[in-house]
Design a protein. Structure first.
Length: 318
């Protein structure tokens, strides 16, 4: 039974919960506070500590969620979360820190087009990275589906070479597990287009990558031939390579991350007048949260007002 309860959370969530609990326990040990059962005093002091550490409001809420879980799973009644003073503390924390999220900038088609000049596609690593860049942009996939954190522990979310199927018009990537698909309730089949004659053609990039980095179908899609054999590109390597490319444009690499491809791809799809339902489905967003990822130009923002002005002129010609 305990194993089934544990499986209620994804492995990554379990790790985060463990990190949060340990952080709280260390805090209590250093201040001679009783960690469990959690009291209004101990949790309030811990929140104040996280605020002083300049943790984001969302991060603090994640810590609280983990500690609520630990408190209840240990058999204690959850009373402190509804305490009036505790609720005031939370509201004050949100006001003090603000709730604005510092989102990474979007990777635009212009950035991708210029980035091509910094790749040598005769090198296995460069060919793999270029294919990774384009697939990330065209599919809106999360980083957890593209590359592993640890090359020795590959998550089942990471797409493999078996996930990729070339078609007469491009390719399809089959995704059976994501952040929101954890119980095999559905799957995603993401089409990747051919862009003939373009340096931004993902099909050419994929074929080039696979010709230089052959391997078994069970291997992660973005793996590279090295002295020790076929090795998967890790998230750390993805970030480092992207940072070097961004720096070459005299841009601030701290403003970009692999998530920038997801945001940039969704924004470009919106600019191409792709129906929002398709963007939402392809990006595996369960709600309309994807709208906050869109980075709209001033020209796009002006379309609504201009459309209203044009309509008024037809209604009341003068």
């Amino acid at each position: 039974m305990s194993r089934l309860i544990t499986m209620a959370h994804a492995t990554s969530t379990q790790k985060n919960i463990a990190v949060h609990i340990r952080s709280y326990q260390i805090f209590c040990e250093q201040r001679a506070l009783q960690s469990f059962p959690i009291s209004v005093k101990s949790i309030s002091l811990y929140i104040a500590y996280l605020v002083m550490q300049k943790r984001a409001s969302g991060t603090i809420l994640n810590h609280l969620s983990s500690l609520k879980h630990a408190h209840q799973i240990a058999g204690y009644e959850l009373t402190w979360s509804s305490n009036y003073h505790f609720q005031l503390l939370l509201r004050g924390t949100k006001r003090f820190l603000g709730q604005a999220v510092a989102r990474k900038y979007a990777i635009t088609p212009s950035i991708l087009h210029a980035a091509f000049d910094h790749f040598n596609l005769s090198l296995p690593l460069h060919a793999a990275m270029w294919a990774l860049f384009l697939v990330a942009f065209f599919t809106f996939l999360r980083k957890s589906n593209l590359v592993p954190d640890n090359p020795r522990r590959i998550s089942p979310k990471v797409i493999t070479r078996a996930s990729l199927a070339f078609t007469p018009v491009g390719a399809n990537i089959h995704v059976s597990a994501t952040k929101t698909i954890q119980c095999q309730q559905r799957s995603l089949d993401l089409p990747i287009p051919r862009v003939p004659g373009s340096r931004l053609c993902p099909i050419f990039a994929l074929r080039r990558h696979l010709s230089l980095n052959p391997g078994p179908v069970s291997a992660p899609l973005f793996s590279v031939i090295s002295g020790s054999g076929l090795q998967p590109i890790t998230y750390k390597q993805f970030c480092a390579f992207l940072s070097r490319v961004i720096s070459s444009f005299q841009l601030d690499p701290s403003k970009f991350s692999p998530h920038s491809f997801r945001r940039g791809g969704a924004t470009f799809a919106f600019d191409c007048h792709i129906p929002s339902e398709i963007i939402k489905l392809q990006g595996d967003w369960q709600s309309d949260a994807y709208l906050v990822y869109l980075e709209l130009s001033q020209q796009q923002k002006q379309r609504a007002g201009q459309a209203m002005a044009d309509k008024l002129q037809t209604m009341f010609p003068e």
